[in-house]
Design a protein around this ligand. Structure first.
Ligand SMILES: NC(=O)c1ccc[n+]([C@@H]2O[C@H](COP(=O)([O-])OP(=O)(O)OC[C@H]3O[C@@H](n4cnc5c(N)ncnc54)[C@H](O)[C@@H]3O)[C@@H](O)[C@H]2O)c1
Length: 332
């Protein structure tokens, strides 16, 4: 680090999703945007005018050679992540890796193995884990002894993911995209503030539609915590809906993460009445309403702690996505 209190930061891949990372970097006072790289000149120019990095590069390797960096966000499509992430790790930089972290769990494992040799830390951008509403609900659930059941729904209209147009660039939709809610139910079922649950068995039914990309999954998952999870993801249906629920003894939370985040909470008295809880979620107890993956990663770097979504943990989520996609039935 050139200045001990500031992380010199760069972004590789300045496409549609990168604007969220640029926004979080701008909002985090401990990060300074030193550089951005993209092979697409138009996107690089847009990033230059909209997000004002000190320097821009068509070749990310030149950027790594010429800039004094601490932290790099790699925001390319999954099929392009692996060599870039490995290059950053070989230079001992801290790295944020987009989801899905590679095309397959084998690629995620390769990144995780390289990460062990690096002095830099790596976080996988499973951003749902860092939503303050999700963290506040998790806290309530863990105070009540942990999740007994959780579920995730992730439905979308037809997109290019899962079609020949995305071959080699993006894996199947449940791995590339609905992975968010596969990971989220692991996280909601997690037994401690830092740990996600691991699936020990899954029963998945896959029934794809006739159109390319209309992938359909229904899965029941048993976790190592004893909780049961259910997961539904259908592409090529009527609307984009992202919901989750989690239940503990005498407690239920229903989360809508489709657009504006909303949460309904319910609690029951033993042998008595049940009611909706009126008090708002305590977001201040989990880092405040603006907490996000970027603030968490900066905390981890400055405090020398492990991110909640490491590459090793992402391997577990990738294996579960692959099991769901393949219609696996039985122990994992
Ligand atoms: N967390 C979320 O909610 C969320 C949402 C959308 C997309 N994503 C993820 O973000 C990533 C990017 O998605 P997107 O929609 O922005 O894709 P995109 O295609 O719009 O952008 C990717 C960019 O990477 C650039 N690129 C590719 N190879 C490069 C290289 N070697 N050097 C420099 N730049 C390179 C491309 O030119 C492109 O501009 C994907 O992995 C996707 O899964 C996450």
């Amino acid at each position: 680090m050139s200045d001990d209190s500031i992380l010199n930061t760069a972004v590789i891949g300045c496409g549609g999703h990168a604007r969220h990372h640029f926004g979080m970097i701008a909002d985090e006072p401990r990060l300074h945007l030193v550089a951005a790289a993209d092979i697409d000149a138009t996107r690089l120019e847009q990033a230059k005018t909209q997000h004002r990095p000190d320097r821009t590069f068509a070749d990310y390797r030149e950027m790594l050679d010429q800039c004094d960096l601490d932290l790099v966000y790699v925001v390319t499509m999954p099929g392009h992540l692996l060599p870039i992430v490995l290059d950053c790790m070989a230079r001992h930089l801290h790295v944020s890796v987009e989801k899905s972290p590679g095309m397959t769990s084998a690629e995620t494992e390769e990144m995780a193995t390289a990460g062990r040799e690096s002095r830099g830390k790596a976080i996988v951008s499973f951003n749902r884990r860092y939503f303050p509403e999700v963290l506040a609900v998790r806290r309530l659930v863990q105070e009540r002894g942990g999740a007994v059941h959780c579920s995730g729904t992730y439905n979308k209209t037809l997109s290019l993911i899962g079609t020949p147009a995305m071959a080699g660039i993006a894996p199947d939709p449940v791995i590339c995209d609905a992975i968010h809610h596969v990971d989220l139910i692991r996280w909601l079922a997690g037994p401690t503030p830092e740990r996600a649950a691991r699936a020990v068995a899954v029963h998945s039914e896959v029934a794809d539609g006739e159109r390319a990309g209309s992938h359909r999954h229904n899965a029941v998952i048993r976790f190592d915590t004893g909780a049961i999870g259910t997961f539904m993801s259908h592409y090529g249906v009527g609307f984009r809906i992202q919901r989750a629920e989690v239940h503990a003894e005498d407690f239920s939370a229903y989360l809508d993460l489709t657009r504006e985040r909303a949460c309904e909470l319910y609690a029951a008295e033993r042998g008595g009445s049940s009611s909706a809880l009126d008090e708002p979620l305590d977001l201040d107890a989990v880092g405040g309403p603006n907490f996000n993956e970027t603030s968490h990663f900066a905390n981890c770097i400055f405090e020398d702690t492990e991110p909640w979504s490491t590459l090793d943990d992402a391997v577990v989520t990738m294996h579960l996505c692959e099991a769901i996609r393949s219609g696996h039935k039985g122990p994992l």
